[in-house]
Design a protein around this ligand. Structure first.
Ligand code: ADP
Ligand code: MG
Length: 685
């Protein structure tokens, strides 16, 4: 149960004044559904404005507050902007420019001949100065002049800065007093503000100590929750699994395992033999050969008379794993089945029966394999492939099926910097595949300007003519999946004109049957060119595909580019990756693409990515899904996580049941950051 003191924070946003159904939607889009979320919607940055007497004092690009008197309204014909010409006290003219529907407000706000205080950024517009969409237009000087420093919040369509600021103000007025959960020594040494003050300060200005404290809270909550899971895991009873090698001995692999694969299998085998359930992460770059390691682990489980399940993140991957593994286990006589959300009726019934009576030894599938209707006779091992999302393994363990907690092996190809490994996986044991299977050729990576698209298409054409296959990844517009798909469809249409039936398209909103059919045509070599959004990012394995084209490569993170590039270079043929770049490339963007050309070491790329993105910036570096954090920036994670981790460790050692005064405070913290699945493991929690 959530501590009562937090109740005011977990009330729906609808409880705030002025939030009706119309505002709900844009708030929802930003993930702001409760008062707590609004209070934690920290500014991306702040604008600092200067009050100026006349336009002569203002520099181009400067944020100012100035008194102006409108002299003339000019609406343009067609879709041009609406302009209000206005005069400062010295008689200089500037334009206040409004686009779209904002012109209606302009008409009302800026009557000709009446002085107004205007806040906004001065731009050059031809011979004239202008302010586009002023931030404020008010009659009274006092109000504007107190707002010389203002937060700038992330918005979605339908929200404005003042509206969000108003909601934040309301949310902040509802903050309860909470006991301190940070270790007193740490708290004193850092000179951090108390929780409530920190939240208020963080909305007011660039207050580093406040931001740090809030980030630290989040990191501490995360570390604690992971430690609670780990501690709980040690107390749980699993079943020791020992294999006699009888099934593994029958595998007929066309290659020898690498040293790293051998070592990982041995580590897993050691864990499986223990009574405490395994909680291990297998980390290995794309193409490092994780699948065969997972197979060995599953066969050990089968040798011990138990079932194994492999969970894939998408249908495509589940299917592909199934095909690969089915042919690999053929000589062993093992029963293997595929179960996805799409299987219905008789086929599904028969698989469910097989899982229940134990005639199926290995099941591959999407999360459908863990639905309530699926029961296992004796599940010994769960393998989770391509785990990106935080806590999946941990959560799964909690809801684990089977008489006893099964062993868990999570596999990831995301090369995470060391600091982030701790954040994502806490104290999970890690096996690393740090050695590639022999015979891989480096991928020839080139950066090409988008204007040379025609040449690129020619290159693809020659490539296909020589009998090889290619991927073409379309740009990613992070804000809107539909736009990604539109871009991919447009590209598909144009390339189809050129290549006809040799091209297929795959994206996230395609009907599953169509997606599979397209994948199947490509994997079997019937189609030569696969156009895709980023859905192909993980796992797909088509060794005959040796060319990868990525449009607007600068929009992707380094780690993501690396994953995409890893789709080629899987066979013995030489592979090429073309990174198309747009014309407006920032310095960092240039550096990142250069790095892609320079190295193929995923871990190095991940470290550099962290360095390039996390450097120095105090604000505006909030995460977009590659860490489990909403408050802490990459830079803060790197700097503060080790401390938070130690702090959590100390607390766990002193008060593992979280029953003391600080323990109680820490429970509140866990609920505040919704890491309460950690608390629920505590007896009587
Ligand atoms: P990932 O780690 O990305 O899941 P896969 O398991 O799909 O990698 O393996 C990539 C390719 O490498 C597959 O085609 C697989 O057959 C091959 N492979 C795996 N291990 C070895 C090895 N020891 N020697 C040669 N090839 C291997
Ligand atoms: Mg894989």
């Amino acid at each position: 149960m959530r501590p009562e003191v937090l109740n005011p924070l977990f009330v729906e946003v609808g409880a705030l004044d002025g939030v009706g159904p119309k505002l709900r939607k844009p708030l929802d889009k930003l993930g702001l559904t409760r008062v707590r979320d609004i209070a934690y919607h920290l500014p991306d940055r702040f604008v600092t404005r200067r009050a100026v007497e006349s336009l002569d004092e203002a520099g181009i690009g400067e944020q100012v507050v100035i008194a102006l008197t409108p002299t003339e309204h000019r609406s343009s014909s067609g879709r041009g902007p609406y302009r209000v010409l206005a005069q400062d006290s010295a008689g200089n003219i500037c334009a206040l420019t409004y686009f779209g529907r904002a012109s209606y407000t302009a008409k009302k706000l800026l009557p000709v001949g009446e002085k107004r205080w205007v806040a906004g950024r001065i731009d050059q517009f031809g011979q004239m100065l202008q302010i586009v969409h002023p931030d404020h237009v008010v009659e009274d000087s006092g109000e504007t002049l107190t707002r010389l420093c203002e937060p700038v919040y992330a918005l979605s369509e339908g929200l404005t800065q003042p509206k969000v600021a108003g909601l934040v103000e309301q949310a902040l007025s509802k903050l309860p007093d909470l006991p301190e959960w940070i270790e007193p020594g740490q708290f004193e040494a850092e000179k951090w503000p108390a929780w409530k003050d920190a939240l208020k300060l963080a909305h007011k200005g660039e207050h580093e100590a406040a931001r740090d404290r809030l980030a630290y809270d989040e990191l501490l909550a995360n570390s604690l929750a992971l430690m609670l899971v780990r501690a709980d895991n040690r107390l749980r009873k699993g079943q020791p699994l020992r294999g006699d090698g009888s099934l593994r001995g029958k595998l007929q692999l066309p290659y020898e395992l690498t040293g790293a694969q051998e070592r990982s299998v041995a580590e897993i085998e050691g864990d499986l033999a223990q009574e405490a359930p395994m909680l291990r992460l297998l980390q290995g770059d794309v193409g490092a050969g994780k699948t065969v390691v997972a197979l060995e682990a599953m066969l050990i489980t089968n040798e011990a008379g138990k079932q194994a399940a492999l969970l894939a993140p998408t249908e495509i991957l589940a299917r592909q794993h199934f095909e690969t593994l089915r042919s690999m286990v053929r000589p062993t006589g093992i029963e293997i089945a595929l179960l996805t959300g799409r299987d219905k009726g008789k086929a599904r019934e028969s698989i469910l029966m097989g899982l229940l009576d134990g005639s199926i030894d290995i099941v591959i599938g999407t999360h459908a394999i863990f639905q309530d209707t699926v029961a296992y006779r004796d599940l010994g091992l769960v393998v989770i492939d391509e785990q990106h999302r935080f806590g999946v393994a941990q959560r799964l363990m909690l809801t684990a099926k089977g008489k006893r907690t099964p062993h868990t092996l999570a596999m990831t190809a995301t090369p995470i910097p060391r600091t982030l490994t701790l954040a994502q996986y806490g104290e999970m044991d890690v096996s690393r595949l740090d050695e590639m299977p022999p015979g891989r050729q480096p991928i020839d990576t080139r950066v090409v300007a988008q204007e040379r698209l025609a040449d690129v298409v020619e290159g693809v054409s020659r490539h296909i003519a020589s009998g090889q296959q290619a991927y073409w990844v379309c740009p990613m517009v992070r804000e809107n999946e539909n736009e990604d798909i539109a871009a991919a469809e447009a590209r598909f249409a144009s390339l189809k004109e050129r290549f006809g039936d040799e091209v297929v398209l795959v994206h996230g909103q395609l009907k599953p049957e169509l997606k599979d059919a397209a994948m199947e045509r490509f994997a079997s070599g019937k189609a030569k060119l696969l156009i895709a959004t980023t859905v192909i990012e993980v796992g797909v394995d088509v060794p005959a595909a040796t060319l990868m084209v990525i449009e607007q490569a600068e929009r992707f993170g380094l780690a993501q580019l690396h994953q995409l590039r890893g789709r080629v270079g899987r066979g013995s043929e030489k592979s090429v990756c073309l990174l198309l770049r747009g014309s407006a490339l920032s310095e960092t963007g240039r550096e990142r693409l250069a790095l892609m050309r320079e190295t193929q070491d995923g871990f190095r790329l991940a470290e550099e990515d962290l360095r390039l993105r996390g450097g120095g910036e105090l604000l505006g570096t909030r995460q977009s899904g590659d860490t489990p954090f909403r408050v802490a920036s990459l830079e803060q994670i790197t700097r503060l996580l080790p401390k938070a981790h130690d702090d959590a460790r100390i607390l766990m050692d002193r008060d593992g049941g979280l029953t003391g005064t600080r323990g109680e405070a820490a429970r509140i913290l866990l609920y505040l950051f919704e890491r309460d699945w950690g608390v629920q493991l505590l007896r009587g929690g």
